[in-house]
Design a protein around this ligand. Structure first.
Ligand code: NI
Length: 166
């Protein structure tokens, strides 16, 4: 079911999401939440969404995209990936800038500097531990979604807004 997406200015987006408990994996409730998140993300043409964006402050995100996304070019494909209780660490000293947008920050895109490469681990909806390394678009989206879980929206990471000089 398509849910309302909270937008910037809503204090609920600034909360820190709670980890998912072991007892919550493999439940119908979790599956329903993931389905709602996916329906909502797809209805808005997004490539990732965190549960907190639909008002559920749990450390759950999904990422799914293909090369046909009109918002981003040359990003490759990522089948539906459910990300629960993620840990992400940089493997790059250097930050690179890339234009980001967010379903919770309508009509704004801005360059955000983040490490290109990350090492990650997370659980899927069945409780299986997934580990990997990425320096692709997936790494960018993953870092953006983990930020949501920590109450951070991408404009908070923009170093310089192009404000009119006065
Ligand atoms: Ni976002």
């Amino acid at each position: 079911m398509i849910k309302e997406v909270l937008t910037i200015g809503d204090a609920r987006l600034l909360q820190t999401s709670l980890p998912v408990n072991l007892s919550e994996f493999n439940t119908e409730k979790l599956q329903l939440l993931i389905t709602d998140m996916r329906d909502t993300m797809k209805s808005r043409g997004g490539v990732g969404i965190s549960a907190v964006q639909i008002g559920i402050a749990k450390r759950i995100a999904i990422i799914e995209f293909d090369g046909n996304n009109p918002r981003y070019r040359d990003i490759g494909d990522c089948p539906l990936t459910v990300i629960i209780n993620p840990l992400v660490e940089s493997i790059d000293d250097e930050l690179i800038e890339y234009p980001e947008g967010c379903l919770s920050v309508p009509e704004i895109r801005a360059l955000v500097a983040r490490p290109k490469g990350v090492r990650y681990s997370f659980y899927d909806q069945t409780g299986r531990l997934i580990k990997g390394v990425s320096d692709q678009f997936f790494a960018r989206v993953l870092q953006h979604e983990v930020d949501h879980m920590d109450g951070i929206l991408f404009p908070m990471r923009v170093k310089q807004m192009n404000r009119k000089e006065i």
